[in-house]
Ligand binder design. Structure first.
Ligand SMILES: Nc1ncnc2c1ncn2[C@@H]1O[C@H](COP(=O)(O)OP(=O)(O)OP(=O)(O)O)[C@@H](O)[C@H]1O
Ligand SMILES: [Mg+2]
Length: 376
């Protein structure tokens, strides 16, 4: 606490022998100045124009600024308040006091005390105004963010609704075509292509129907599932992209890995997003260096932990801090919602989505899920 003074005197920096004779002297006028300053309802101080020493100040100034070591001279005070060059007479500048964290509007004016020119500082505490502004800004940002998320939700619902019918029709047409090719004993390549197209369309339809359920706030459908089988579905969906990049994908989800208690389509979505990001991260990496590994284990908390490890460029600290925020993307064609969706899904399952740098370069994106044992 700064010492509270019963009466406010002239500056302690005034040497006693000087007081009687010069600027700090003139006891009557000095007292009048101090009385005047004390009547002002905010911190005030007068600094001599010639050498910058403190000539007079009021009680509020003592209470609020005496704790600043440099307050006895104008330059000392200014350098501690870091006002830059904005200390010209008539200019008001907002600063945050380093010792108290409070905000002040500083204003300098010119006066004369006992015939000596001085710069009069008034420091009005504007902390409450700044706080109100900040919280208003924060509320606005939150509102904006929520409304963006809501629009994404609405967009997802609309898309899910609109795409449902055509997707069902595509699956039907593909089934019909497959039957025709089969009856005609048609080329095996056409049959394979149609089968691959059907797998993709069925997956899209399953995602869409789950999004619709999700939007209607239904419980996810949780059961016991083998992660190896979930990974096989996902890799089938990404086969073409992986082949195009000549990418080796190693899956180590172990025979003995316990089943997870989860909604299968949702976990497929998570793994699909993570593996897709990993593939995209290695676009610019030389073919020989590219490598993707999906591994699983039971962690110390008894949960199943899945890790997608790539040899991409990795992430800077700043990037890794924003990673899971919706709309964060470094890709020209990215929406930045892949990881945010993954996080919602994993947290819905009482799990955790995480990132860590990979030894030897690259990233590891992982998530945890509860074991099915004793739950399903
Ligand atoms: N494996 C990775 N290696 C390096 N950076 C990554 C990796 N995965 C994600 N990122 C970074 O995180 C950002 C956000 O990823 P996220 O999946 O949320 O969005 P996106 O991939 O940019 O777009 P989309 O919404 O289409 O998925 C990416 O733009 C990228 O900068
Ligand atoms: Mg992505």
């Amino acid at each position: 606490m700064t010492p509270r003074r019963a009466a406010v005197g002239a500056s302690a920096t005034c040497a006693p022998k000087k007081r009687a004779a010069t600027a700090c002297g003139g006891a009557e006028q000095r007292d009048a100045t101090v009385a005047l300053l004390d009547a002002v309802p905010f911190a005030c101080a007068a600094y001599a124009s010639d050498d910058g020493t403190l000539m007079a100040r009021n009680r509020r100034f003592d209470e609020e600024f005496a704790a600043l070591a440099g307050h006895a001279t104008r330059s000392g005070l200014l350098s501690e308040l870091q006002t830059g060059d904005d200390d010209a007479s008539g200019v008001t500048v907002d600063v945050q006091a380093p010792h108290s964290g409070r905000w002040y509007a500083l204003h300098w004016g010119e006066v004369a005390i006992a015939g000596r020119a001085a710069a009069l500082l008034t420091a009005v505490d504007i902390s409450e105004r700044i706080e109100a502004l900040d919280s208003h800004k924060r509320r606005q940002e939150k509102l904006l963010f929520t409304s963006r998320l809501m629009s994404v939700g609405e967009m997802a619902a609309t898309l899910a609704h609109e795409l449902n019918q055509p997707l069902a029709a595509i699956v039907n047409y593909l089934n019909g075509s497959l039957r025709l090719v089969d009856q005609a004993g048609g080329p095996v390549q056409v049959e394979r292509a149609l089968q691959a197209a059907r797998i993709q369309a069925e997956h899209a339809a399953a995602v869409i129907s789950r999004v619709r359920e999700f939007v209607r706030a239904r419980e996810p459908r949780r059961d016991a599932h083998e992660l190896a089988s979930i990974a096989a579905t996902v890799l089938e969906l990404l086969r073409l992209e992986a082949e195009r990049q000549q990418l080796r994908i190693e899956v180590a989800l172990g025979d003995g890995l316990p089943t997870v208690y989860a909604d299968r389509v949702m976990v497929e979505q998570v793994l699909l997003n993570l593996v897709k990001n990993a593939i995209e991260a290695m676009r610019e990496v030389p073919v020989a260096t590219r490598g993707l590994r999906i591994e699983g284990r039971v962690n110390l908390n008894g949960e199943i932990e899945v890790r997608v490890c790539d040899r991409g460029p990795g992430l800077s600290v700043e990037q890794s801090e924003q990673l899971f925020s919706p709309f964060f993307t470094t890709k020209a064609d990215g929406l930045g919602i892949g990881l945010a969706i993954c996080r919602s899904i994993i947290e819905y399952h009482e799990g955790r989505l995480f990132f860590e740098p990979r030894d030897g370069g690259g990233s590891i994106f992982g998530f945890t899920l509860p074991r099915a044992q004793g739950r399903s």
